[in-house]
Structures are given as structure tokens and as C-alpha cells.
Design a protein around this ligand. Structure first.
Ligand code: NDP
Length: 272
């Protein structure tokens, strides 16, 4: 990771879960991290913690809603003016509100695609534009994807939504989750398409998708589960910790420039 010391990473969704762990790990690796989230206070707390711990790098909180294009432009501009521009982009911000077929709210499905897909594409476009304008060609883009095979996680969520018949599990195993799964399939295809476009541009910018199974974060609560049920889910199923994902990202980032790691899938041991 030495060659990244002092360089700049933008991490979206740095206020909790996987994004916070990635921001922390990169700051501990001496990077300057622009932590983007709507809840800026949470990123400020994280930045203060890191300073107390004597991290060699630093977290710079920038409030922003990734579904607003003007916020994306403002984050890019801020990064350029204050830190000289970003070298690494971590498209991590994501949401998974429940969308049960016959009664989901329009705003839920819009939010999923605006956050998980469109924001990622806009951030990546502006990031690549900026890198190329600056003549920097060893940048790295990360997508935090999702391993979307049907899993006990989905079954568990469904059971906790009080679907009483276990016989129905195989029919509705993805109940309310399919738009989120669709958005993450889009990320998979976009990652490969972007990689090929970068190759066509003869760019050395690398792109890596990291696809975890279940990770202990706040996402289940944001999805609509009560804190008790979310905790029960995490306590009863095999799950990863956020640091496991940050460690995988550091591994891919730290490889020599000629190595392009396309995809990392990480399961908690025992996940089906
Ligand atoms: P959390 O709910 O803990 O974190 C989500 C982060 O995204 C928060 O920091 C939130 O910040 C940010 N975010 C959401 N919407 C916006 C927005 N409009 N603008 C800016 N930031 C936003 O979830 P996770 O850490 O679990 O999720 C992170 C990523 O990992 C997501 O893409 C998710 O799909 C993926 N993932 C999660 C897995 C899991 O099991 N937890 C498994 C596989 C992938 P704020 O609310 O402050 O804006």
C-alpha cells in the first residue's frame, strides 16, 4: 500500500457499515479519505476517532446525497480544490428498502436504482473524467456489490416479515428483495462493461467489484427490520464483519499496477 500513502480516496456511504470500515482502513494506511454521506456528523465522529488513534492518514467529511447529481459534482470539486483530486473511488453507498411485489412504494424502487446504480455510474464518469484531465492513470474504482444467490439471509428476512408457512419459502424466497438483487446484477454487468471501456481507452485505471455475502451492518434496519430482528438475524446466521470487506479492498488496491482484480466474492464461512 506504500504507493497510495498520501493519495486521495473518495468513499461513498462512509457514515456506517462497510463504508465506514473502508474509510477507517484507508486512513490507517496513510490515505486522505473524503467520506461522503448524508449523515455528516457520523463521518465527523469517525474522523475524530482516527485522529485520536494517531492514524497516518485522515478522513475529510463531506456531506452529500449521492442521488443528487449536484452533490456528486460538489464532492468532486471539493476534492479537487482541497486535496488536488481523487485517485481512488469507492462506490459503496447502497440501500435495500423492501419492495414486496403487490404493495411496494414507488419511491423505494426509485431509491434503490438511483443510489445503487445511477449514482455509481455518475460518480465513476466524473472520477474518470477528472483523473484523465489531470493525466493520472493509475486510479482504482471499487464497487461494493452483493452476492445475490438466494440465501438463508433472504429466507430469514422473509420469515421475519411474518410469512408463516415454511412450505412457501421456495416460492417467495426473494420476497421484497428482487429490485435490490436486480440493482446489484446491474452493478456486475456495469463493472465488466466499464473495465472493457477502460481497456479500449488504453487506460491503466483498474476496477474491482467486491461481492460480500451477509455483513453485520445497519442495512437490515434501513431495509425495514426492527433493531431486535436485525440483531437476531446477525446472531443466528453466519456473517462477515465490515473489516473483512475493508481488508479485501486493501488487498486489491495494494497489488502491483499490472494486476487487475476484477471480482472478489466473500462469504462468511458456512453461508449457503
Ligand atoms: P449501511 O446501511 O450500514 O450503510 C449504507 C451507507 O450508504 C451509509 O453510510 C449511508 O449513509 C450511505 N447512503 C445510503 N444512501 C445514500 C445517499 N443517497 N447518499 C449518500 N450516502 C448514502 O449498509 P452496508 O454498509 O451494509 O452497505 C454498504 C454497501 O454494501 C451497499 O452498497 C450494500 O448493498 C453492500 N452490501 C451489504 C451487505 C450486507 O450484508 N450488509 C452485503 C453485500 C453488499 P447516510 O445514510 O448517512 O447517507
Amino acid at each position: 500500500m506504500e504507493r497510495w500513502a498520501g493519495r486521495v480516496a473518495i468513499v461513498t456511504g462512509a457514515s456506517s457499515g462497510i463504508g465506514a470500515a473502508i474509510a477507517r482502513t484507508l486512513a490507517l494506511s496513510a490515505m486522505k479519505v473524503v467520506g461522503v454521506a448524508r449523515r455528516e456528523e457520523r463521518v465527523k465522529e469517525l474522523a475524530a476517532e482516527l485522529r485520536k488513534e494517531g492514524a497516518k492518514g485522515e478522513i475529510f467529511p463531506v456531506q452529500g446525497d449521492v442521488t443528487n447529481e449536484s452533490d456528486i459534482k460538489r464532492v468532486m470539486q471539493w476534492t479537487k480544490e482541497k486535496l488536488g483530486g481523487a485517485d481512488v473511488l469507492v462506490n459503496n453507498a447502497g440501500v435495500a428498502p423492501s419492495c414486496v411485489l403487490h404493495r411496494f412504494r414507488t419511491e423505494n424502487i426509485r431509491k434503490i436504482y438511483e443510489t445503487n446504480v445511477i449514482a455509481l455510474a455518475l460518480f465513476t464518469r466524473d472520477f474518470v473524467q477528472d483523473l484523465r484531465a489531470r493525466g493520472v492513470d493509475d486510479g482504482h474504482i471499487f464497487h461494493i456489490n452483493r452476492f445475490t444467490k438466494n440465501s438463508k439471509w433472504h429466507n430469514n428476512v422473509k420469515l421475519n416479515f411474518n410469512v408463516s408457512s415454511t412450505a412457501g419459502q421456495s416460492i417467495i424466497h426473494n420476497r421484497g428483495i428482487y429490485p435490490y438483487s436486480g440493482s446489484k446484477h446491474a452493478v456486475t454487468v456495469m463493472t465488466e462493461g466499464l473495465r472493457r471501456e477502460l481497456v479500449e481507452l488504453e487506460s491503466k485505471i483498474r476496477i474491482t467489484s467486491i461481492s460480500p455475502g451477509l455483513v453485520r451492518t445497519e442495512i437490515l434496519e434501513v431495509t425495514g427490520l426492527t433493531p431486535d430482528i436485525a440483531k437476531q438475524t446477525y446472531d443466528t446466521l453466519p456473517c462477515l464483519e465490515t473489516k473483512d470487506i475493508a481488508d479485501a479492498l486493501v488487498y486489491a488496491l495494494g497489488t502491483p499496477p499490472h494486476v487487475q482484480i476484477h471480482e472478489i466474492t466473500i462469504h462468511p464461512t458456512g453461508e449457503d
